[in-house]
Design a protein around this ligand. Structure first.
Ligand code: ATP
Ligand code: MG
Length: 430
């Protein structure tokens, strides 16, 4: 036998036993987005590298060390998207979606980052994200946060915290940056290497460090909150007041800066202690400068992205996953004629009962092994076709996983019998 080939590290399969949870999550999140009138946009997986270096920022973890970048056959530098916002803004500008409208968009799909794989951190992972353009807030900030909160509630998650902060305007951050750098220069010997390098390139990112020594230095550093401009402060207070009125619990975390350069004013994260260092489930913020930075007309914007793998892990960990449902009917047939007829009857039933989950037995096997298979799939009923019965226009129905009798009925009454016995969901009301 040839040596088998394994998947690429950090690129996981989602197996059939896991897909029901994924489908549950995706369906609930989509339905919630739909309820707010957000429209779906589908974006390519591959973009020009420049899009990400210009938007996310040259000196961020993502652009510095996490991107899958390669030259294609024409020598163009391309990158597998590490996140969805940049592509969404690019598409919005390219197709004129942002001007004179206030689109509220969402997207879902895989993102790619070359990180160290561990639980809750993969190299291909999935996000559902939201981006809203043309609205300066704070009302839309509040709506976007309420939407994310409802998305999390819709899958049963109630025990995660919302953290909130304001980063102020670019000018406020620039002034703060000078003060921070001046302070940190006085303690340069106690900083970790990355942070020392960032003093030159992107000092605000130092606030995000996980290094204990640097964290200790930061304790007495000037606080960004003291540098926030009056307008941003007012914006933030208005947002907080709206969230208070709506009864959304949050904590203001003045250390929250987010890992991407394009954020300003409102930033927020939903965090949990149940996933170790991978505790952020949903994160986002306002990015009023980004559209112009990518070559569009200045347009305010806000968005967030939710990590589906982490959401699924929390749901499984909390025992919130819906129990898998087997087929409604497993069709058991013996003999060539019954098998042939079986396929026809199965199609008739699918026509008559939309949403019916019917599995026909294929391949070999007598009644006994067919019943065993029906049991293993967790089927509710076995529909039994015997040669003689069929000739007499009859079929049999047996409720499985119960001691019920097998009942024989005229084929013409089969649809009515199933309709009566099956729950309403199996008629397309899911
Ligand atoms: P972290 O601090 O955990 O690296 P991040 O700030 O890089 O997260 P964002 O870029 O804000 O993450 O992405 C939004 C969400 O996408 C995260 O909150 C997380 O749920 C999810 N996410 C990010 N990176 C990964 C990954 N490598 N694997 C799985 N999920 C991820
Ligand atoms: Mg990251």
């Amino acid at each position: 036998m040839a040596k088998s080939i394994q998947s690429v590290r950090g690129f996981g399969d989602i197996l059939p036993e896991q897909t029901p949870v994924w489908q549950f999550v995706e369906a609930r999140l989509r339905a919630t987005l739909d309820g707010y009138g957000y429209e779906e946009i589908r974006l390519p997986l591959l973009e020009k590298t420049e899009l990400f270096s210009r938007s996310i920022g040259e000196v961020t973890d993502i652009v510095e060390k996490e991107m899958y970048t390669f030259e294609d056959r024409n020598g163009d530098s391309l990158t597998l998207r590490p996140e969805g916002t940049a592509g969404c803004v690019r598409a919005g500008i390219q197709h004129g979606l942002l001007h004179n409208r206030q689109p509220r968009l969402w997207y879902a799909g895989s993102m790619f980052r070359h990180e160290r794989p561990q639980k809750g951190r993969y190299r291909q992972f999935n996000q559902i994200g939201v981006e809203v353009f043309g609205l300066p807030g704070p009302d839309i900030d509040a709506e976007v946060i309420l939407l994310a909160a409802r998305m999390l509630r819709s899958v049963g998650l109630t025990d995660i915290r919302l953290e909130l902060n304001t980063l102020g305007t670019a000018a406020a951050r620039a002034a703060y940056k000078d003060a921070l750098v001046a302070y940190l220069r006085g303690h340069e010997d106690r900083l970790d290497d990355d942070s020392r390098r960032r003093l030159e390139t992107n000092p605000l990112r130092i606030l995000d460090t996980k290094d204990a020594g640097t964290r200790a230095v930061l304790e007495n550093a000037p606080a960004l909150s003291d540098w926030i401009d009056a307008d941003s402060r007012e914006h933030f207070h208005a947002l907080c007041a709206m969230l208070d009125t709506a009864g959304i619990a949050y904590t203001v975390n003045p250390q929250l800066v987010r890992g991407l350069d394009y954020y300003g004013r409102t930033v927020f994260e939903w965090v949990t202690d149940r996933l170790g260092a991978q505790g952020t489930v949903c994160a986002g913020g306002r990015y009023d400068g980004l559209v112009e930075q990518i070559g569009g007309r200045s347009t305010p914007a806000i968005g967030f992205a939710l990590g589906i793998e982490r959401l699924v892990a929390l749901i499984e960990d909390g025992g919130l996953a819906p129990s898998p449902r087997g087929p409604d009917v497993y069709l058991v047939a013996a003999g060539d004629a019954a098998r042939r007829q079986g396929l026809v009857i199965a199609e008739e039933l699918r026509d008559a009962l939309p949403g019916l989950r019917l599995v026909t037995h294929c391949g070999s096997g007598g009644f006994k092994s067919q019943f065993k298979r029906a049991d293993r799939l967790g089927a509710r009923f076995a529909l039994v076709l015997g040669e003689e019965e069929l000739a007499a226009g009859q079929v049999s129905l047996k409720e499985l996983q119960s001691a019920g009798e097998q009942e024989t009925l005229p084929r013409a009454e089969l649809v009515a019998a199933l309709r009566e016995r099956l729950p309403k969901e199996s008629e397309g009301h899911e």
